[in-house]
Design a protein around this ligand. Structure first.
Ligand SMILES: Nc1ncnc2c1ncn2[C@@H]1O[C@H](COP(=O)(O)OP(=O)(O)OP(=O)(O)O)[C@@H](O)[C@H]1O
Length: 698
């Protein structure tokens, strides 16, 4: 249960004065929340810049282009004589005249704001314009006795349509008044060394800074908050890991008999990296403690076979294996890849997805429980409660960032002892991110590509040349090649994405006829499968899709990838998409179509794609160019999203937090000491309470 001391943070924002159902909706949108926004969401919303209003010159001294605050008397109103020229209000101080300019103002409003003969404090950006000193649409026009209403340093926040800066600031400051100080969870040593203030002091300082630099990610205040957030993440991961280690643990030692046979039947040899990963896995499985290992392999590096060998090892030891895939298409693809080999070596494998219902499902479950299935492949359907294994030894999670810590644990705890856990991810992520997402997991890398792969030729082409591109594709199709055509993200809206993909599909069908197929996320699973099957069997030659094919699809005969509006994708995502080609021995091409006018950063990002195929290099570049959020994707991804942390700026704090979390686990794994209790609050505050719930009495 969440400690009562934190209740103030989790009150609904409707408890704040002035927030009703209408602006509540804007807040929900701003924070990306479904049905409730809490004070914690408001106070964790960080400013992006500061406007300094402390520059208070006389009118004649006011510098062009500067934000200034001027004390003036209102002289007269000069209404505009046509639509293009502004309504002007002439003001003065002892040194000269100031013109306040307004486009299409309400007459009554402006007369009320700036009554003739009264003194006003005017703040805004000064322009020297045709010999006049002017402020267009001042930010503040206050009577002198209300000067308090204008902050000397005004923090500016990300907003959403319908929600203005004033309303946000009002909510924010009233929320700050309502949230309590917390018990200190940090070690006094680190507090002293870093000269940090308390949690609430730091929050306050960032929202009402005494100088502009206070809001910067390298300020003491932001560092403290970032460290809080990182420690919460590291501690939650450490708790999960500790629990996994303690609750489970039995050596799983295979005979090598089945894996040897599998290797014998493979049409290829393992690459060095595949072999090394498999060796790491066997060594871990053989230990008494449960395995918790991450296999990070670049696209097309051949992770699936490593997973199969690992699961076969569990079967050799008299147990079962399971693999959880993020989508139905991928689960089926694994099934297909493994069926052939499994038949040859006598492994009994089966597939469980959301589509298994009724008697068939019941039959499968009973075979699983009786140990008649050696390896179960499936989607999240396999973590449902009534799915019981006879003796699960190894759970593999092919996660592509879609599963969170809780789901990983749910699968590992399908047996009393707890299974060994192998997480596979295709998106290469920089080391700092690996640590924040997976904590102290052991990592195996598969960087080497299987031999014989030709480099993918990547070209960046302007959208203007779509016509040429289409004629090029005609030739490629005539030569028997297969093509992916990925449609852009229009907005954060699936409906619009879909419309774009459907239009393109219709257009290409007119040119190429029935060979063109369409697949998108809104299709029923069965429809998707059928389209994918037709594509992999070659009946569909050109497949138009939204990004649903991003992860894992393996059709080696497809050699051309077209990505429309490539500038709208993250680099890691482009890399994933491009990785769908170049999987066979034929030369492959990736065409990145871009809008005609794109900015310098967008250009250099596309250049990175053109110049390298190394996912790890791309990931590092992406982190530099776009920041971590973009790499890690969306909220549902199960990967952390941060309020305070900037992974580049706060790199040094990540390792510190990991070591701190380790030390806490060594000294007080139950979080029972006074500091431990405060740390529980930290976990709740950052909604990492899955860690606390694993503790007895948590
Ligand atoms: N050592 C190898 N030599 C040759 N081909 C291999 C080797 N290992 C795997 N392959 C083949 O490479 C292709 C890609 O393998 P797989 O689907 O496992 O990649 P992956 O790592 O899952 O990539 P992605 O995450 O991009 O889907 C498959 O067709 C597989 O049979």
């Amino acid at each position: 249960m969440r400690p009562a001391s934190l209740n103030g943070y989790f009150k609904d924002i409707e408890t704040l004065a002035g927030i009703g159902p209408r602006n509540k909706a804007h807040f929900l949108r701003l924070f990306g929340r479904q049905d409730s926004a809490r004070l914690v969401d408001v106070v964790f919303h960080m400013p992006v810049s500061v406007i300094d209003r402390r520059y208070r010159p006389h009118v004649v001294d006011a510098q062009d282009g500067q934000v200034a605050t001027l004390e003036v008397e209102v002289l007269k109103h000069i209404p505009s004589h046509n639509r293009k020229s502004p309504y002007k209000v002439l003001c003065e101080d002892s040194t000269g005249n100031l013109t306040c300019a307004f486009f299409n103002p309400h007459r009554s409003w402006i007369e009320k704001q700036l009554p003739i003969g009264e003194m006003r404090l005017i703040s805004g950006k000064v322009e020297h314009f045709r010999g006049e000193i002017q402020i267009t649409h001042p930010d503040y026009m206050l009577p002198i006795d209300q000067a308090d209403e204008m902050p000397a340093l005004e923090t500016i926040y990300p907003l959403t349509s319908g929600l203005g800066i004033r309303a946000l600031r009002k909510a924010l400051f009233s929320a700050l008044k309502n949230v309590p100080e917390v018990n200190e969870w940090h070690d006094p040593g680190i507090m002293k060394r870093e000269t940090w203030g308390t949690f609430k002091e730091s929050l306050l300082q960032v929202h009402s800074p005494s100088q502009g630099s206070d809001i910067a990610t390298n300020s003491l205040y932001r560092q403290r908050l970032a460290y809080d957030e990182l420690l919460a993440g590291q501690l939650a991961l450490a708790l999960v890991r500790d629990r996994a280690r303690k609750s489970s643990g039995r050596p799983i030692v295979g005979t090598g008999a089945i894996t040897k046979e599998i290797l014998h039947h493979l049409p290829f040899n393992l690459t060095g990296d595949q072999q090394k990963s498999f060796d790491d896995i066997i060594a871990d499985m053989g230990k008494k403690e449960a395995m918790l290992r991450l296999v990070q392999g670049d696209v097309g590096s051949g992770k699936t076979i490593v997973a199969l060998l690992a699961m076969a090892t569990a079967v050799e030891a008299g147990m079962q294996g399971a693999i959880l895939a993020p989508t139905e298409i991928l689960a089926r693809q694994h099934m297909e890849f493994m069926t052939d080999l499994a038949d040859k070596v006598g492994l009994k494998i089966d597939l469980l997805t959301g589509r298994n219902k009724g008697k068939k499902r019941a039959d499968l479950l009973s075979r699983l429980e009786n140990g008649e299935i050696d390896i179960l492949i499936g989607t999240h359907a396999i973590i449902q409660e009534d799915v019981t294994f006879a003796n699960l030894g190894l759970a593999v999670i092919d996660e592509q960032h879609r599963f969170g810590v809780q789901q990983r644990m749910a699968l590992a705890h399908k047996t009393v002892e707890g299974a060994d856990l192998l997480v596979m991810t295709a998106t290469p992520i920089p080391r700092t991110l690996t640590m924040t997402a997976y904590g102290d997991m052991d990592v195996s890398l598969i960087q080497e590509k299987p031999p014989g792969r030709k480099p993918i030729q990547t070209k960046v082409v302007s959208h203007d040349r779509l016509g040429e591109l289409v004629s090029g594709l005609r030739r490629a199709l005539e030569q028997g090649q297969q093509i992916y055509w990925v449609c852009p993200l229009v907005q954060e809206s699936e409906v619009l994405d879909l419309a774009a993909a459907e239009d393109r599909y219709e257009g290409l069908k007119k040119v190429f006829g029935a060979k063109v197929g369409l697949v998108h996320g809104k299709m029923k699973a069965a429809e998707k499968d059928s389209v994918m099957l037709q594509f992999s069997e070659g009946d569909i030659r050109l497949l138009v899709s939204t990004t649903v094919i991003e992860v894992g699809v393996n059709v080696p005969n497809a050699t051309i990838m077209v990505i429309e509006h490539a500038e709208r994708f993250g680099l890691a995502q482009l890399h994933q998409l491009r990785g769908r080609v170049g999987r066979g021995e034929k030369q492959s091409t990736c065409m990145l179509l871009r809008a005609r006018d794109i900015g310098a950063v967008a250009k250099s990002r596309l250049q990175v794609m053109r110049d390298t195929e190394d996912g790890f290099v791309i990931a590092e570049e992406d982190l530099k160019l776009r920041g971590a959020g973009e790499i890690l994707g969306t909220r549902q991804s199960g990967m952390p999203e941060y309020h305070f942390v900037d992974l580049e700026e706060h790199k040094h704090l990540i390792e510190l937090a990991r070591d701190d979390a380790r030390m806490i686990m060594n000294k007080d794994a139950g979080l029972e000491t006074p500091r431990g209790k405060a740390l529980r609050e930290l976990l709740y505050l950052f909604e990492k309470d899955e860690g606390v719930r694993l503790l007895r009495g948590g």
